[in-house]
Design a protein. Structure first.
Length: 157
């Protein structure tokens, strides 16, 4: 870790924001919060974020795409991802668009395959259903993945 020179002038809002963006993607909201915690005035932070977004250094869509990829890889479902994107200030139309892309059934199947040892065991299926629900998958997806029809019968697949 570098030591800070006590006589050095603090970096400007753009430089600070660019430093944050060089490490990972940030949403506009997150970047604004982090700049505020570093003592940057709100109007300076907004101007810096606007400039960086205009120069394509910051993009809410790119941030959201990255977050969706990460969460899908971790086995989270659409409800969880939607809620998380909302906390980062991503517009709802962008969220809807990005949530249409993944094959959520495949994500759920992969998660169940990693966690479920005996797919025929009713207790294991119940635990898998609970896991999928906690991870943000809907009832229809859970039934399809675990092979149950909505009426409770087994599918013939």
């Amino acid at each position: 870790m570098r030591r800070k020179d006590p006589g050095a002038t603090p970096p400007g809002a753009c430089e600070t924001a660019l430093g944050l963006l060089s490490r990972r993607e940030h949403s506009r909201r997150d970047l604004g919060r982090k700049l505020a915690r570093r003592g940057v005035a709100a109007e300076d932070a907004q101007a810096a974020i606007d400039r960086l977004a205009g120069d394509a250094y910051q993009s809410d869509r790119r941030f959201a795409e990255s977050l969706v990829r990460q969460r899908v890889g971790q086995g989270y479902g659409p409800r969880h991802v939607q809620a998380e994107l909302g906390t980062h200030g991503i517009p709802s139309d962008t969220i809807r668009e990005l949530l249409d892309e993944p094959d959520w059934d495949a994500v759920a199947r992969d998660l169940v395959a990693r966690r479920l040892r005996d797919p025929g065991d009713p207790d294991a299926r119940r635990r898998a259903a609970g896991l999928l629900q906690r991870r943000g998958f809907g009832g229809d997806t859970i039934r399809r993945v675990l092979g149950r029809r909505p009426d409770g019968g087994e599918t013939g697949d």
